[in-house]
Design a protein around this ligand. Structure first.
Ligand code: CDT
Length: 316
């Protein structure tokens, strides 16, 4: 099988609350068709692609909250996307809000699935790094309530052998945490697909607003280089329900270089031919973990709290 994947970062402009899933799916299929014309094997959509990003506002109306979630995929509204993928022979990654009843109680996650060229779901990831808080923040122009609405993902950071490569998933805030890339890097990941809804303004740290795009790229480019993997980062961009969100969706090579990037804040694709074997030079040389990584000498043991303690404390 070819080790080259032609990948499309399928950025979406804002999804207003009033827009139906059926209409959003039609926008997504149009992007998929453009990508197919450019030879794409794989299309990567943003985090929470099907709806507005509702954690930006407060609600305690269970029914209203649930209306942003999918309890199964494919469902009636998304079936056309799966059908289009199968017909075009294109795989895709979809970010969505997941309602899960598999444990007998209702659980909500911020999730993503990976679908192969035959329209079959290969894997699922549930977001682990949930930003923001549980409480309403008075005086903030919008909220960031992911901790209130979602449970922390319970599926780890797995990788899947599919479409000729070893692929992994991450979601938005995960991209700022090196652990996310390293856990997949240690499993030999060759391409990480992730989506984001990132406001330009961070009410908790407004002095960083000018750097929103820089920090997004910095995180993904360093994650790619330090783990010898392709990274595809895809925005839901533009002004959605009054919240201004960054774009600059991009495809990053294992060298850390951006090889394709969107230039608008609307529906747009950026396409790149990704040779998965380009990972090897970095996996075998600079970041040969088995040969050069020296965890036993780092002087810290990470406890269950996630906080490092000195090795001399004897805690394992
Ligand atoms: N959706 C999401 O995870 N958004 C967060 C906002 C945090 S502001 C620094 C993100 O990391 O982009």
């Amino acid at each position: 099988m070819s080790r080259t994947l032609i990948v499309a970062a399928a950025q979406l402009g804002p999804v207003p609350r009033s827009q139906s899933r059926t209409d959003v799916v039609a926008r997504m299929i149009a992007l998929m068709a453009d990508a197919k014309e450019m030879g794409a094997d794989l299309v990567v959509y943003p985090e929470a692609a099907l709806t507005a990003f509702f954690p930006h506002w407060w609600s305690d109306d269970e029914e209203e909250i649930d209306s942003f979630f999918e309890s199964e995929l494919p469902n009636a509204a998304t079936q056309p996307l799966f059908d289009a993928a199968r017909k075009m022979g294109v795989g895709f990654k979809l970010g969505y809000f997941e309602l899960d009843f598999s444990t007998g109680k209702k659980r909500r996650f911020n999730s993503a699935i990976l679908v192969d060229k035959s329209g079959c779901i290969v894997g699922k990831y549930r977001k682990i790094h949930l930003p923001g808080g549980h409480e309403f923040k008075l005086g903030h122009p919008f909220q960031n309530l992911e901790k209130r609405y979602f449970e922390v993902g319970d599926l780890g950071f797995p990788v899947w052998e599919t479409m000729g490569g070893r692929l992994g998933l991450a979601i938005c805030n995960d991209r700022r945490w090196p652990e996310c890339y390293r856990v997949m890097g240690l499993q030999g990941v060759e391409m990480i697909l992730l989506g984001y809804n990132t406001p330009v303004h961070n009410p908790a740290a407004p002095e960083t607003d000018d750097l929103a795009n820089f920090h997004s790229h910095l995180s993904m480019q360093s994650g790619a280089y330090q783990n010898a993997t392709w990274v595809v980062g895809v925005a839901k961009a533009g002004v959605e329900e009054g919240v201004d969100m960054i774009g600059q969706s991009c495809i990053i090579a294992p060298s850390g270089e951006i090889v394709a990037q969107c230039s608008t804040l609307g529906d747009e694709i950026a396409v790149a031919r990704c040779d998965l074997d380009r990972c090897n030079i970095y996996k075998e040389a600079v970041f040969n973990f088995a040969l050069h990584r020296r965890t036993e000498h780092y002087g810290l043991i990470v406890g269950r709290t996630g906080v490092g303690v000195p090795m001399s404390a004897g805690v394992f």
